[in-house]
Design a binder for this molecule. Structure first.
Ligand SMILES: [Zn+2]
Length: 313
């Protein structure tokens, strides 16, 4: 009896504790002036060193070692960003979506967890038309994921991807990317909800589209200003933080015009650092929001700290 008692006392202290295995919802919120910005996690990805260009394996190894990347591939995120101006709900990029096969996208789930519904979104601003940014526009049935949203894509990007001539020129395996953009655009065009714009356009009050060409033909960044604060949504101006912040002259295989992409990154990051802007990146570690400081030949990434939302109320 005595030993049984002792056993139950021990098991109370050392009792079994099943591993939970689940994660916190993938959203992160902060105020930029009067505007609420919510980072939404679509998924996690990783980059192999071979995607990096204009560099050497030795330099990559050194930079990755310095960043503590011990694995063969560098982890990264797929982020989208929701802006609530108080009047409009505007989504920047839409993640991979679940429409074209193997992708597993958490964007809509995390949007709901953050307190919003897809049908409430008024506008979607695309940085460019790669699948991990536009894929979330359609659901598995090929219908619009955001039935009340107007989608905005730069004219240069739109014209490139919707050109039958361009689609015919590329290798057959790349042709499906063109078909995907066409299908997505058609689903929204049917409802007159697909718009193009020129760089420099203020699409909504205090939300301006700027050309950041290079990664793709019409890659666009968006600058949101509110009060004395500003945040620049930089899309795919950076993929691998460990390499491209300290050495912004390193490009990636996915850059359509790598020289221009490098020039764009260096100029944009210099401005973001100089003007102390907040920055939000599509593939920076979730939530992908922070500031940068110029140092040496490049920049240092200063991510935001998790904490309560300061609404000023
Ligand atoms: Zn991307």
């Amino acid at each position: 009896m005595m030993s049984l008692c002792l056993f139950s006392m021990v098991s109370m202290v050392w009792g079994s504790s099943p591993i939970k295995g689940n994660q916190a919802p993938g959203f992160f919120r902060l105020m930029v002036g009067e505007v609420e910005v919510t980072a939404l996690l679509d998924g996690s990805i990783s980059f192999e060193p071979a995607i990096l260009r204009n560099t050497t394996p030795l330099l990559i190894k050194m930079l990755w070692d310095r960043a503590g990347i011990l694995s063969a591939e560098a982890p990264a995120s797929v982020n989208a960003f929701l802006i609530n101006t108080g009047k409009k709900l505007i989504l920047i990029d839409t993640g991979n979506g679940n429409g074209s096969g193997s992708e597993s996208s958490s964007l809509l789930e995390n949007l709901r967890e953050s307190g919003y519904q897809a049908a409430e979104i008024d506008a979607v601003l695309l940085t460019h038309a790669h699948g991990d940014h536009i894929g979330g526009l359609l659901n598995r049935n090929g219908e619009r994921s955001f039935p009340n949203a107007v989608v905005f894509l730069s004219r240069a990007e739109n014209d490139f991807w919707l050109s039958a001539e361009n689609a015919a020129k590329v290798r057959p395996e790349k042709r499906k990317s063109f078909a995907r953009v066409r299908a997505i655009a058609a689903a929204y065009q049917k409802f007159d909800a697909w718009k193009t714009f020129e760089p420099g356009t203020e699409l909504f009050p205090d939300l301006k589209a700027e050309a950041a060409y290079g990664h793709t033909i019409g890659h666009t960044v968006y600058l949101l200003s509110s009060g004395r604060q500003e945040i620049m949504f930089v899309g795919d101006c950076i993929h691998n933080a460990a390499a491209q912040f300290p050495r912004p002259s390193i490009g990636v295989r996915f850059d359509v015009d790598i020289t221009r992409a490098i020039e764009t990154r260096i100029a944009l990051f210099a401005r973001i650092a100089r003007e102390h802007l907040l920055m939000a990146g599509a593939h920076l570690a979730f939530p992908g929001i922070g500031r940068i400081r110029a140092e040496g030949r490049g920049f240092v990434w200063l991510p935001v700290t998790f904490g309560p939302v300061k609404t000023g109320k």
